[in-house]
Design a protein around this ligand. Sequence first.
Ligand code: MN3
Length: 241
Amino acid sequence: MNRREFITNSVAAGAFIAAGGSLLASCTEGDTSNDVDALLALQGPFSLPELGFAAGALAPHIDAETMGIHHGKHHQGYVTKLNAALEEQNAEGNTLGGILAGLTPEDTAVRNNGGGHFNHSLFWQCLSPTAGEPSESLAAKLSKDFGSIDGFKQAFSAAASGVFGSGWAWLIKKEDGSLAVTNTPNQDNPLMPFAEQPGMPLLALDVWEHAYYLNYQNERSAYIEHFWSVCNWQALEARLT
Ligand code: MN3
């Protein structure tokens, strides 16, 4: 049995109630296991996940050098520092979902690096060199809360543009089941108990300068526009079923 099958078969179903977050429990109740559930069920010590495509595969939208540094240096740094912080707290066997759900704002090492590890792991899965267009059924689901696909893209892009300094844009499923876009500062995410707009992350966009500066310099809006050319709609749809 490989790791994914193990998670699918035995861990994901119960992991979130065990993790302690009522939001996590209610958001995943009745859901089949998806890639976000699988990330949250991972147990430490953590390791850098594969990108799933070559570093240059997203060019010209995201260049190879940016992807190589972002994945191999930045994300690896979050993983290394997260493992060190958890070891210090004797918490290195906890699940990623449990770690995020149990965070206090003052635990900055785990907040920054645990957030950094989850956020980037999801972000890579939100990118695809063969992005295509959203299916009709995905478009219908997004249109329910945003009016249309364009309405969704505009709202998400605005959330990304609206981050002051470093942070992330998110599509989330709220506790009432509706979809919303939001953003978070630094490496925070909507799973953290102190998030202004809590919810289950469905799509993530990194708007730290390290995500785009080599290619776009100060033009964050151009990077955000190009994100739509590499947005992994299929993976998003799988999270919504
Ligand atoms: Mn980053």
